[in-house]
Design a protein around this ligand. Structure first.
Ligand code: IVH
Length: 681
């Protein structure tokens, strides 16, 4: 190497180093705008492109990888349990007040504790129902994240917290203090909680009882890929700085400082002069909280001034300067009329309580899940019992408690059936599993579930093949497997209840038509455990056809971004069962689509390069369906209105976005115009 070559080499490195740090900064800025400010500044495609460039450079020059790089959010799986770590500053919990009287008592109590009461005020914050988390930043870089644990020691879940985009990997200020400790609440937005539970229900897994449990369960996953799929969020509410900063001397300033650092702070906090103003806040949020996209279970009232906080200090368990005012959970009592078990598509047996119908959280409830045998035993629930039921996470009703004192005299303990209520096979409960299963692959309940799932909107979308028709088809022994659907003749089904010749024809046509459905839908329709619609899409995109997928090893599957160990194991296991392989072969012979259609990607899309904003409630389409329709035609959906937007689709109760769209003179359309656009172009 000549002298000038060596010089060039250094220059090249310098250029690469600069490019890598520019890319990191730009991507960090874009991600902050998107996840924290909810105000995107970059198109997704551009972000992806820059991200890939950074990833390529880092692959080539691994020395340039730093822990705060945007590429380092999803790390490798832990091969063991989490480390216990002692908190630098303990995480206290809060005393509870259940009504305004108790809140006033608390104020009297703390005021008696000090000689002269200085000028003070309160900050009210919503109490988010998730998991308390402590984050450490050293010289501005996120280095450690712990669960609350018992408040003294927590578990090191840094690898999982890195996947949460509202947790900055690097603080957003120049010259950050040497150590910054941030506390806050990690939580699952309700929509995400529902999505996870729906997926779990389809896969016959135990449902999470509420967003809090789902958050705690997710944070303790060993595989960060699974955590990253479940879109956790984080609201920051406390900060400790070393060396100390005397300018941050109130809770209000602390919240503002957290925002400057790049954290998401719940915007609904309020400064209150006195308890009267606190009461207004409490009353307002008692109803208003139901419109929030996340769960809250109360309000935290905090004394604003840190000097007063310090004077008051802590009891053994709680700060004396803050209290949680809890809203009553929506619970009602009713009586149990029957206890039954439901057999799902994978054979999982779920006990259910059938109760006298009651109104709960706006809906009439008659069934509540008892989850599993262990829960039934723990509750000792019996027919005739008076029970307290609640909508877990305000969504799925569950039995919280049996009021034993109200039990009639002649009740019998409930015995879980030993045999399947549908096919009479003996039920099994694998060791270390909470779920009891029917393992008879010909069980009509399993067949019924499989057929209903196959016909599902997100799977083969066979209109007219609902639960009732499926039940009749099985009862009259017209179908014994999914493949049999494609052999049905109109005259065979025309005699079924509520069918008739015309609908029989229609149904056969819909079944025949489903052969055109794309490969990812077929995959989803097979009902492989953990393979929900989005995982099916991932598998179809990566393996292209069923033969490649059948051949795939666990390691190859796990190599796909988004596919974790649980999914990989389940796919390998499913294809190792001869009966499943036979079904695939039979479906192939019937011309079901087991191949990704590459021409589909190339086809000219109608809405290519068009960017939409959806706002308000559309008359027929759910927001997500409208988004899917637009995206299927190559369009994009953005969450914020700017001059880059081509169309703003407006529904009922559209708010500020519509106003902004008008100001910017953007093209405003309604649902039917959107549908025309998709059909006509
Ligand atoms: S302050 C010493 N603020 O509620 C300060 N806690 O029992 C203690 N929580 O698990 C916490 N939202 O994670 C505070 N805005 C908020 C909160 C909040 C939720 C949780 C916290 C803890 C529990 C307190």
């Amino acid at each position: 190497m000549t002298n000038s070559d060596a010089h060039k080499q250094v220059n090249l490195d310098r250029n690469i180093i600069d490019r890598v740090s520019q890319l990191k900064a730009k991507l960090q800025e874009a991600s902050y705008a998107y996840y924290v400010l909810d105000n995107p500044i970059m198109e997704d495609t551009i972000y992806d492109q820059l991200y890939r460039e950074l990833q390529d450079l880092e692959n080539k020059y691994p020395n340039l990888i730093t822990p705060d790089s945007p590429t380092q959010r999803v790390g490798d799986k832990l091969d063991r349990q989490f480390n216990s770590v002692t908190h630098n500053i303990p995480l206290y919990s809060l005393e509870n007040a259940f009504n305004f009287e108790e809140l006033k008592n608390w104020e009297n109590r703390w005021q008696r504790q000090i000689e002269t009461i200085p000028e003070f005020n309160y900050i009210c914050e919503l109490k988010i129902d998730g998991s308390a988390i402590a984050l450490t930043y050293e010289n501005g870089v996120f280095t450690k994240g712990l669960t609350r644990g018992d408040g003294i020691t927590g578990e090191d879940i840094t690898h999982n917290l890195r996947t949460i985009h509202s947790i900055p990997l690097r603080l957003n200020i120049d010259n950050p203090p040497a150590i910054v400790e941030v506390r806050g609440e990690a939580f699952l937005p309700l929509q995400e909680f529902n999505r996870i539970n729906q997926e779990r229900e389809k896969n016959n897994e135990n449902l999470f009882a509420n967003p809090r449990n789902a958050t705690a369960g997710t944070l303790r996953q060993l595989d960060p890929k699974i955590v990253s799929e479940r879109k956790l969020q984080f609201f920051a509410y406390n900060v400790y700085i070393s060396p100390e900063n005397n300018l941050i001397n109130t809770q209000k300033k602390a919240l503002e400082f957290l925002q400057q650092l790049g954290f998401l702070v719940n915007p609904n906090y309020q400064f209150c002069q006195d308890l009267n103003q606190v009461k207004t806040y409490l009353d307002n949020w008692e109803m208003e909280r139901k419109n929030l996209p996340y769960m809250t279970d109360g309000v935290v009232v905090k004394i604003n001034q840190f000097t007063l906080q310090n004077d008051l200090g802590f009891t053994q368990k709680f700060p004396r300067w803050a209290i949680a005012v809890k809203y009553p959970a929506e619970e009602v009592t009713t009586t149990v009329e029957k206890i039954i078990v439901n057999v799902g598509r994978t054979g999982a047996v779920t006990p259910l309580a059938i109760m006298k119908p009651v109104s709960l959280g706006g809906t009439i409830v008659q069934r509540a899940t008892l989850h599993n045998v262990d829960r039934v035993r723990e509750l000792d629930i019996r027919v005739g019992d008076t029970v307290i039921i609640r909508k877990a996470g305000e969504i799925i009703p569950e039995v919280v408690e049996v009021i034993k004192d109200l039990r009639p005299n002649d009740t019998q303990p409930y015995q879980m059936p030993t045999h399947c209520p549908e096919c009479d096979s003996i039920l099994v409960r694998p060791e270390n599993e909470a779920v009891t299963r029917c393992v008879n692959t010909s069980c009509p309940a399993i067949l019924r579930g499989s057929l209903i799932h196959w016909a599902d909107r997100d799977a083969m979308d066979i209109r007219g093949l609902g639960e009732k028709v499926v039940i009749s088809l099985i009862e009259y022994k017209l179908v014994k497997s999914i493949a049999d659907l494609y052999k049905l003749k109109p005259f065979e089904i025309a005699d079924l209840e509520r069918m008739g010749e015309k609908s029989a024809q229609k149904l056969i046509m819909a079944i025949e038509d489903s052969k055109k459905q794309s490969f990812h839908r077929v995959l989803y329709g097979l009902g492989i455990r953990y393979v929900g619609a989005s995982n099916a899409q991932l598998l179809a995109d990566n393996f292209n056809n069923i033969d490649n997928l059948i051949k795939a090893t666990k390691e190859e599957l796990e190599g796909i971004y988004g596919i974790g160990e649980e999914i990989a194991n389940s796919v390998v296991e499913w294809f190792s069962i001869p009966k499943n392989k036979e079904l695939v072969e039979e479906l192939k012979d019937l011309n079901i689509n087991f191949q990704s259609n590459s021409t589909q990607h190339i086809k000219e899309k109608k809405l290519s390069n068009k960017v939409f904003v959806l706002t308000g409630t559309l008359p027929t389409l759910k927001r997500n369906d409208a988004k899917k329709l637009i995206e299927a035609e190559g369009g994009k959906v953005s969450s914020s209105v700017s001059t880059k937007i081509d169309y703003v689709v407006v529904g009922e109760d559209a708010g500020s976005k519509l106003e902004k769209a008008r100001k910017l003179n953007l093209q405003i359309i309604d649902e039917s115009q959107l549908l025309d656009l998709i059909k006509s172009t």
